[in-house]
Design a protein around this ligand. Structure first.
Ligand SMILES: Nc1nc2c(ncn2[C@@H]2O[C@H](COP(=O)(O)OP(=O)(O)OP(=O)(O)O)[C@@H](O)[C@H]2O)c(=O)[nH]1
Ligand SMILES: [Mg+2]
Length: 375
């Protein structure tokens, strides 16, 4: 004879068994009777659309390790303001996807103001590589006190009157001087030998599956003419420096890239420095260090508007061997308004998405023909 208690237990066992069977065989029933769902019902929180549960972990493919091991002691360098964040992210995402996923070279960000938490968080979330954020000391960034401000202000006004691009800007001049003579001395860069400079809002068109740090002194993708109005006395200063330091000039140099008359005049050709892959030790070396100090003492970064592109280019052309200056023909690159788009097999090899017809290399304003003529 079954006691009433036994009936109760039996019924309970049947109900619980049915519950488990239905939970496993009917997804909807399982979800509706799950503890979390019941808790949600009691706590008043709403059910959510299925996509909010995300993709199950087991559907993710394991991340591949870097396809190449890093060969160089190198880093990316990005000088930027907090306000440049979106443009920096645009550039950096492409650097990661086109190249750095396979290498995981680190990044150094530099700014004369502290980077905001938002900047640091959004940048760090973009890469598995090490990222460091550095502060630039004011004495390396700001217009030096020995600059005659009245003279500098008069020059700025004159450039505004003549519509010289960035002619009225002191911060732009600070940036050009810092890039010319200080970035490679920042403590965060001491440990590195090579760097790749990246600017906000640039485009990288092609996949690059080899290590771009090639132990050259200076690499470029676009070369063009400088606005003469920004550098009226730069070449005189360069000639003065050469005359008093003949031993520092490399014998097998690239003078013919920057001068068409054996050094008498500057032809205004320069490598466009918003893209650079270069050797930090070259800038830190005796020849370029003395060259920069000499130019800096002339005050032309403020009395005129000397850019880091002509200053770097003249330095590389004079103090490096011409073979140490490398044209990255396979790096499809755009910084408005110019782009280098690889041609033919290189375009195919890099799976480039730029239109090969839009290529600055041999436009009238490009200096590539002068680089070609060096060899
Ligand atoms: N921290 C900091 N970075 C700056 C400042 N001005 C420019 N930069 C950075 O220096 C680099 C060059 O500045 P750009 O404004 O791009 O100069 P540009 O390439 O000659 O001119 P655009 O044609 O406007 O791009 C970029 O990486 C900028 O983010 C500044 O005042 N502070
Ligand atoms: Mg720029």
């Amino acid at each position: 004879m079954m006691t009433p208690m036994r009936y109760v237990v039996l019924v309970l066992v049947i109900i619980i068994s049915l519950h488990f069977i239905l939970s496993f065989s009917h997804e909807e029933y399982g979800r509706a009777t799950s503890l979390s769902h019941i808790t949600e019902q009691f706590s008043g929180s709403k059910p959510h659309p299925p996509y909010q549960e995300g993709v199950p972990d087991d559907r993710y493919v394991e991340q591949k390790p870097p396809i190449q091991t890093r060969k160089a002691n190198a880093t990316f360098v990005i000088l930027a303001r907090n306000g440049d964040l979106n443009g920096v992210i645009t550039s950096m995402k492409q650097v990661e996807d086109r190249f750095n996923k396979g290498f995981q070279y680190p990044y150094v960000f530099l700014n004369e103001e502290p980077f905001s938490e938002e900047f640091k968080e959004r940048i760090s979330a973009m890469t598995d590589s090490k990222v460091e954020f550095g502060l630039i000391s004011k004495d390396q960034w700001l217009q030096p006190s020995w600059i005659d401000e009245d003279k500098a202000a008069a020059s700025r006004k004159d450039m505004i009157d003549h519509n010289v691009i960035y002619g009225g800007s002191v911060p732009y001049r600070n940036m050009c001087r810092y890039n010319s003579g200080f970035f490679y001395r920042h403590p965060l860069l001491h440990k590195y030998k090579y760097y790749w400079r990246v600017e906000p809002d640039v485009t990288f068109f092609c996949d690059l599956h080899y290590d771009a740090y090639q132990k050259k002194v200076y690499g470029f993708t676009i070369s063009l003419y400088e606005y003469p109005a920004t550098i009226p006395t730069l070449w005189n200063a360069v000639k003065e420096f050469i005359a008093s330091n003949p031993g520092l000039v490399e014998h097998d140099n690239a003078m013919r890239f920057i001068s068409d008359d054996g050094g008498e005049t500057y032809n205004n050709c320069h490598f466009w420095s918003n893209f650079e892959i270069g050797d930090l030790d070259f800038w830190r070396g005796e020849a370029y260090s003395k060259f920069f100090d000499f130019l800096d003492e002339k005050g032309g970064f403020y009395y005129e508007r000397w850019g880091d592109a002509p200053v770097h280019s003249i330095g590389a052309a004079l103090f490096a061997k011409k073979e140490q200056i490398h044209f990255f023909n396979d790096i499809g690159y755009r910084h408005n308004p110019f782009q280098h788009c690889p041609q033919g097999d290189l375009h195919k090899k890099g799976k480039c998405w730029c239109n090969p017809k839009e290529n600055f290399d041999y436009e009238w304003y490009s200096c590539l023909k002068r680089y070609d003529a060096l060899f």
